[in-house]
Design a protein around this ligand. Structure first.
Ligand code: HC1
Ligand code: SF4
Length: 571
């Protein structure tokens, strides 16, 4: 260990620590802008400069290693003035339309400006504003970009996509796409992970809330809403509730107040997905079908597969994602039962995900000329709508989702966590194959935040070999091993985002990036808690699903089920 003094406090830390890490250990706050630990450490913004007694010039705390006996000052006059000067230069190139910015009051640069007491800044509005790219689910506004490079790092190192990079030099430097095309033109998978790390409003989701308001105001339409498993555990953050708080009941009340005709639940169709996908897995194993079977619920992963691993397209489950299965059922079974015209049903999804906007518009996901999903909005957009409607969210009483498509089991809610789809599938497949109602159903080996998890599960005579990858970067590593013939599995879950949907690109922004892992853990725990407290923890126990099959679909894998619930991606 190395001992040093920071702002008069003696700190003892491992010798490979940086001054920033040492300061954080001592609970001393040093501001950062470009820095993301282990991911983006270019020391380019210099906001984190500190003074080390006896050393020439100021040092960037994020990359300067600790040295025995040094005396560090993190807030001396020269440090404060230098930081403020750096910040003013950044602001001089930043489009400060704060009031109309999607990140107003949720912006790291704005917070820093306030804390450092920045006053007048010369700024000439750049022509770059016109170059805003808002064609796809992920909107780019280069006039707000501060060139921190976090988005470039996450897109490359975590997602292995490389859709964006630095271009040009000097004052012309920008973050852009190849040939400065629209983000939608090439390999971007719409995962929105770049939005989550952007400190400012240079990246955001396309705001589709106007489409939802318009539908709600159209008395001709029967507007139904579904909420993804991960939304209920994160939405509360937008209203100041502790991370991981379960707000399912308040969320349902808020949606009813917003005027939706039916408030249903994606958990219903997550259970439906397990019925179809479990049946598909058993059939592929028994009939020599293509293995490994790979999950197809994550639209970011699907697009990644199409671009980089097209040789695995036939491994993808033919099941639509729960979002799409929900829409397909909401436009067939629901109107038939409710005696309404399917064309009048308008389906809104609330998702933790930006890629779900892309999925909603895919041409493969249309049944009998009706799009499964009309509009997909993110958790953040729903929070915005609730605020716009003047609803006092934290004061709301709980209510329950409407019946017919509102029931969900514990197996459904864990879809939100990495490993959850796998665990839910095993619970049902194991019961089907053994003919028993198994009691030991916590498959711990597929839980947790590691990028790749592997397990063997004994079900009767079958040793089911499974793997789980979260983030498309981790998926690459796993698929490369399979391509090289080094691993074989029966079943693989792949989710586009690290941690799964709880950390999707549409979830509440975590302002303090040093808390990212902690937030992921709390959201994950909140989801597992919901599973544990649900009296039904297996998809086949969902009574509304049983009814759907009895009254409409016949059985999993039936002709009708295939017509509405399955698809094929061909690139
Ligand atoms: Fe997900 Fe899924 S779990 S993909 O992360 O399979 O978005 O929450 O809704 O569709 O159920 C997202 C979450 C979500 C689907 C389900
Ligand atoms: Fe990269 Fe995902 Fe952002 Fe597209 S949405 S630029 S793939 S991080």
């Amino acid at each position: 260990n190395v001992t040093l003094k920071i702002d008069g406090i003696e700190v003892s830390v491992p010798k490979d620590y940086t001054i920033l890490q040492a300061a954080r250990q001592a609970n001393i706050e040093i501001p950062t802008l470009c820095y993301l630990q282990g991911l983006n450490e270019p020391a380019s913004c210099r906001i984190c400069v500190v003074e080390v007694e006896g050393w020439r010039g100021l040092q960037p705390a994020c990359v300067t290693k600790v040295v025995e006996g040094i005396v560090v000052k993190t807030a001396s006059k020269v440090v404060r003035e230098t930081r403020k000067g750096i910040l003013e230069l950044i602001l001089a190139n930043h489009n400060r339309e704060c009031l109309s910015c999607t990140r107003n009051q949720n912006c790291e640069l704005q917070k820093m400006s306030e804390e450092m007491g920045v006053g007048e800044v010369y700024y000439q509005k750049k022509a770059a504003r016109a170059a805003m790219d808002k064609t796809g689910p992920v909107v780019r506004d280069t006039s707000k970009c501060v060139l921190c490079g976090r988005c470039v790092s996450v897109c490359s190192s975590v997602q292995n996509v490389d859709a964006i990079d630095f271009a040009h030099r000097g004052p012309q430097t920008s973050v852009t796409t190849p040939y400065e095309e629209k983000l939608t033109a090439r390999n971007c998978i719409n995962c929105g992970q770049c939005i989550k790390v952007c400190p400012v409003g240079a990246l955001s989701e396309r705001d589709d809330t106007d489409l939802v308001w318009a539908a709600l105001e159209n008395s001709e339409l029967n507007v139904v809403v579904q909420t993804a498993p991960a939304v209920r555990i994160a939405l509360g953050e937008e209203f100041g509730l502790p991370v991981g708080t379960d707000v399912e009941g308040k969320m349902v009340t808020a949606l009813k107040k917003l005027g939706f005709d039916k408030v249903f639940d994606t958990n219903f169709s997550a259970d439906l997905t397990i019925m179809e996908e479990g049946t598909e897995l058993i059939s592929r194993i028994n009939n020599g079908g293509k293995l490994p079977l790979i999950t197809s619920c994550s639209p970011g992963w699907i697009k990644f597969c199409e671009h980089k691993y097209p040789d695995f397209l036939d491994n993808l489950s033919s099941c639509k994602s729960p979002q799409q299965m929900f829409g397909a059922v909401a436009k067939s079974y629901y109107p038939e039962k409710a005696g309404i015209d399917p064309k009048k049903v308008f389906v809104v999804s609330v998702m933790p995900c930006t890629a779900k906007k892309y999925e909603a518009d895919r041409e493969e996901l249309v049944v009998d000329e009706l799009k499964d999903i009309d509009v997909a909005i993110t958790t953040r957009e729903l929070a915005k709508m609730i605020k716009q409607a003047g609803i006092q969210f934290t004061d709301l009483a709980d209510s329950k989702a409407d019946s017919m498509m509102g029931e969900g089991t514990g197996a459904a809610v864990i879809f939100a966590n990495t490993g959850g789809v796998m665990e839910a599938a095993i619970r049902t497949v194991a019961d089907i194959l053994t003919g028993e109602d198994l009691k030991d159903i916590d498959y711990i080996a597929v839980r947790g935040q590691e990028g790749i998890k592997e397990a063997s599960v004994n079900i009767g005579d079958l040793e089911l070999k499974v793997a789980v990858a979260n983030s498309t970067g981790a998926a690459s590593k796993l698929l490369d091993k399979i391509r090289a013939g080094e691993s074989t599995y029966h079943f693989i879950e792949i989710m586009g985002c690290a941690g799964g949907c709880i950390n999707g690109g549409g979830q509440p922004i975590i302002m303090d990036k040093s808390k990212t892992e902690e937030v992921k853990q709390l959201r994950t725990a909140g989801i597992y808690n919901k599973d544990k407290n649900n009296p039904k923890r297996k998809s086949h126990k969902n009574e509304e699903i049983q009814k759907l099959y009895a009254e409409y679909l016949d059985k999993p894998g039936s002709h009708k089920a295939h017509h509405i619930l399955h698809t094929h991606y061909v690139n």
